[in-house]
Design a protein around this ligand. Structure first.
Ligand SMILES: [Zn+2]
Length: 174
């Protein structure tokens, strides 16, 4: 660990660079900011204090939904999809590259995707800090190659996937 990297909020040793916030964060603030982002997504969609059922679309997302909303799980609850930032970034990219209309909407009549701006890297790091490892998300070959392309962009320009998803929202693609 790079000793001179400190948390932008409290100055303690940083464990994660948030490309979403463009800040180094310590364990406490990384976890806090991630949970806060998801809660804020839920509040914006007026989904506070209801009962939920979780979708199986993405096992990273599913694990995080279970962590956050375990006490609110119910078979007849409102659907929360487990799609992540990657899933939506792939969708928007496929729309641009192949003119493929997307079947994923952040909010549709059946449910909501509260993790649309949360990356698998964030979820993986979140659980790694809790000493828990997750299985990789399963994707088609085509989606994998689009994601590989997106990850290369992300490496050169952290936050690129977030920008893409925001563009997708503005244009009504997702
Ligand atoms: Zn901190």
């Amino acid at each position: 660990m790079d000793a001179d990297k400190t948390c932008a909020i409290c100055g303690r040793e940083a464990v994660f660079y948030s490309s979403y916030l463009k800040q180094e964060l310590c364990k406490k603030h990384f976890e806090r900011m991630l949970i806060k982002r998801v809660k804020s997504n839920m509040n914006t969609n007026k989904l506070r204090s209801r009962l939920f059922r979780f979708g199986n679309e993405n096992n990273y997302g599913r694990a995080f939904l279970e962590f956050m909303f375990k006490d609110l799980e119910s078979k007849d609850g409102e659907k929360l999809y487990s799609y992540t930032l990657e899933d939506f970034a792939i969708s928007v990219m496929k729309f641009f590259l192949f003119h493929e209309p997307t079947d994923k909407k952040i909010k549709n009549k059946d449910g909501f995707s509260p993790l649309f701006n949360v990356s698998e890297n964030e979820i993986m790091s979140f659980f790694r800090l809790k000493k828990k490892t997750l299985q990789n998300a399963k994707r088609s070959g085509k989606d994998e190659s689009v994601l590989k392309f997106l990850m290369e962009i992300e490496e050169r320009r952290p936050g690129g996937m977030i920008s893409l998803v925001k563009a997708g929202i503005t244009l009504g693609i997702i």
